[in-house]
Design a protein around this ligand. Structure first.
Ligand SMILES: [Fe+2]
Length: 510
């Protein structure tokens, strides 16, 4: 009955969202539109044996919502662990563990999050999810986008190795496709284990719909032959709302803020629904046009409103694409530049390769954020970023051209690598940590605000937040094609309170 597991998400001080999907009959497969209506019961307890149930109810589902169930379990206590489960008749789901957020404004001495992005099923196993699930110390998991990929089997694989082929066997473009692909991902045992272990806080990047999506289309969308973008986007969004443990319904915003007492706010951005089209070529002056946007006006106003001195101390931003500027030096070989451009979706501007799918392609919006932080004297902003399939620790300079000689850093950016998706060694078809090392060194020299860069590894991050600092640990997998792969700590960086700068961390393992 519960073949796709259970999940929780978006913890508030007094409520949490619970999710499951039921299979009441053999034909009720994801995307089939078949199967009967069902009433699903749910309960929340303060103990894993469910002897003290504190909240319960029931919800109807059926083929109109692909037999998924989303409920808000309310009247919970802040900062408290809970266990939840679902049942239909005598069939009972696994018991998930979740945790509410601390009370609004309450002092909090410590928070810990798993941080992941770019989980391409075809490219390998979700060992990172299993390692995070086994920790048992996470308040929540932040998934920064590319939770699933749209491609047909074999597409988007630089090394020509398909570890596990996608289902359905076509690029997803219709509601049935999106539902069925979500269903495939939700059968992964490591993914199910992490959803069981902790609430998720998610946002999407592009691949939840199609590569390099913008408000009116996508690089990987052919208008007409693949239908209308507006209809494809609506199908992707509907399946996302059905299948993800997120407080989002089609037509409403995905961008939203969660608070963790007085210690941290978390602004989760949607950088795909409102953005202008990516700049078309290397000399396109539109990159810095004030008319172009990556956030849209309403989300920008909301974001700047969240980045104020009055609220929680740390202003964490769940940011699907990098905000720190990255200039790709012209000293690289043509093959290296081509590899970096493929990884970073780049084009060339004034002879300097550039990633126009990141904030780099929307300079007016980036300066709005940077100027706001500088002019208002806002400290303690940390951007948590995915998308780029590589690990980075960066400062966000007020002026990158003079940094660090003059000017200052207004925030730090910590970027987790991909769980499985291809990165530079895959694209260059080289052994890990060989030919990429020179590229990383050249990019760091050309960008002194970049303190750490690993273009090759796959894995996950752990984020620890205290009043004194925000620390990220990057863990890397031995082999993404082996489900039982070990993970080892690669490096750790800390952003000290009031500094806006990422520096190497000291003091052991989290
Ligand atoms: Fe990705």
């Amino acid at each position: 009955m519960f073949a796709h597991g259970v999940a929780s998400g978006d913890p508030y001080p007094d409520s949490v969202l619970l999710w499951t999907r039921v299979t009441p009959s053999a034909e009720a497969t994801p995307g089939s539109g078949l199967g009967p209506a069902v009433t699903v019961n749910w309960e929340v307890a303060t103990d894993p044996a469910f002897s003290r149930v504190v909240s319960k109810g029931s919800a109807k589902t059926g083929p109109e919502r692909d037999h998924t169930v989303k409920v808000i379990a309310g009247r919970l206590e802040p900062g408290t662990p809970y266990w939840y489960r679902f049942s239909v008749g005598r069939a009972v789901s696994g018991a998930g563990r979740t945790r509410t957020a601390p009370a609004t404004g309450a002092p909090v001495d410590h928070l810990r999050f798993g941080v992941v992005s770019c989980t391409n099923y075809q490219a390998g196993y979700f060992s990172s999810y299993r390692h995070l699930a086994e920790r048992g110390d996470l308040d929540a998991v932040l998934h920064l986008g590319d939770y699933l990929y749209e491609y047909a089997p074999g597409e988007y694989q630089a090394r020509d190795v398909v570890v596990r082929p996608h289902d359905p066997t076509v690029e997803m473009t219709t509601l049935a496709h999106y539902r069925r692909r979500h269903g495939q991902y939700k059968t992964d045992p490591d993914l199910q284990a992490l959803h069981l272990a902790a609430p998720f806080i998610v946002t999407w990047d592009d691949h939840e719909a199609a590569n390099d999506a913008w408000s009116g289309g996508a690089e990987n969308h052919t208008e007409g032959a693949e239908g209308l973008w507006s209809e494809r986007r609506a199908a992707a969004n509907q399946a996302y709302a059905e299948w993800m443990p997120v407080r989002y319904e089609p037509g409403g915003p995905l961008f939203r803020r969660l608070d963790f007492g007085a210690l941290a706010s978390l602004s989760m951005l949607d950088l795909r629904s409102y953005r202008s089209q990516q700049a078309a070529n290397g000399v396109d002056p539109a990159v810095d046009s004030p008319e172009r946007t990556i956030t849209g006006a309403a989300q920008m106003d909301w974001l700047l409103g969240n980045l104020t001195s009055g609220g929680p101390q740390w202003k964490l931003v769940g940011n699907p694409v990098m905000i720190a500027p990255v200039r790709i030096p012209s000293t690289l070989s043509l093959a290296e530049v081509a590899g970096v451009q493929k990884l970073m979706g780049g084009t060339t501007i004034d002879g300097v390769p550039y990633n126009v799918d990141q904030w780099d392609g929307y300079e007016a919006d980036r300066s709005r954020v940077v100027r706001h932080l500088r002019d208002q004297g806002i400290k303690d902003t940390v951007f948590l970023t995915g998308d780029i399939h590589s690990g980075w620790a960066c400062d966000l300079p007020a002026d990158p051209l003079t940094y660090p000689t003059t000017g200052d850093s207004v925030a730090a950016e910590l970027v987790c690598t991909s769980v499985t998706s291809d990165n530079l060694d895959d694209i260059l078809n080289a052994p890990p940590r060989t030919s990429s090392l020179a590229v990383e060194a050249a990019i760091r020299t050309a960008n002194p605000h970049v303190k750490y860069l690993d273009f090759d590894s796959h894995g996950y991050s752990v984020l620890d937040v205290t009043p004194a600092g925000v620390r990220m640990d990057w863990y890397v997998l031995a082999d993404r094609t082996v489900q039982a792969s070990a993970a080892t700590l690669a490096t750790s960086f800390t952003v000290g309170a009031g500094t806006g700068k990422a520096v190497p961390a000291t003091g052991g393992v989290l």
